[in-house]
Design a protein around this ligand. Sequence first.
Ligand SMILES: [Zn+2]
Length: 372
Amino acid sequence: MIESYADGGFRSVGQPTARRIVRQGVERKRMGRTLLIHGPSGAGKDRFVDDLLALFFCADPDTTVRPCNACRGCRDGRARSHPDLVIGSPEGWREQKSSSESIVASARRWLLEAAGAPVVAERRVLLIEHADRAGEQIQNALLKALEEPTDRHAFILVADEPSGLLPTIRSRCQPLRIGPVAREELVAYLMDVVRLPADQADAVARLSNGLVGTAVALVEQKGLLDWRRRVQGELLALLERGRADRFVSVRDLLDDTLPLVTPMAAEGETEDDAPRTPASSQRAAAVMLVDAWLALTRDLLVTAAGRVELAPGTELGLHLAAAAARIGTEPLARMAHLLERIHDGLRENAAPRLALEAAMLTWPTLAPRRDS
Ligand SMILES: [Zn+2]
């Protein structure tokens, strides 16, 4: 099973195209001088960069077995402590700037210092994280460095959004896209490496839309699976409740979600000294709620459509089957469609509370069951 995500010394998940390109580069000793690792936030770019650094610094004479993961070069590369590795980022340049210095000057100084000769390896690696968040002046300075011919330096740029880079920088890069991986592959990874039980691995894989970094962050963020169970249980219970209860519940659910999203959402900040506003935290919480709600609605829908085997085998399963049978497919399909629209709307600044209340009004209503 291990082979499905790890092969030939790589420890990241999936990304066969990116792997093939860098492996061929190493074997033919023609690795591009500037690599651009890009893909959505949470896709696992950092894990791929770890592999890449091991590959760059591996000292095994047989290039076909690199990264060997046994030599010092591999270990130091993965630990990001190799003497020939220099790491920069807009956040770092801001932190390192002296009080009289601009962030642009700080970045220029970094580039100058990084331009020294390699100590141990054949090449020095300049790793620039969040390159797409660097301002235009910094990017121009970077462009100058990229234009200077040297085979003793290699650049690895990491970006969520390549469109945030100057076209002149992009055109000098070998782009490697890190995207979502197949669900089975992610489930296998979560079970074998992260040691999650099967049903939780499945839940996390669904929730993270195939994005490995997101999946691992979800697991590390303790309480997330419990939160999801709680939210979905509450939503099922609300099927039998009226409008007043539902609106109270929107407020409670948001309050319950806020502590979970705030640290995660902070990663997306461009200005690290700007505090996250309550409004954007609320929106991030609402997006998370809608995600969990949409997953529940889809599970109900496949169950109502008689395809129970597609629904998750969780403890919610029994309640889910009973509710699905009473609602039927049509209202659930409508609900799923509405939640998808609300999800998009929240990304474009819709008011979180109002959006969730609108969803509550469309969430089907069932007469309370008279259990004997
Ligand atoms: Zn090695």
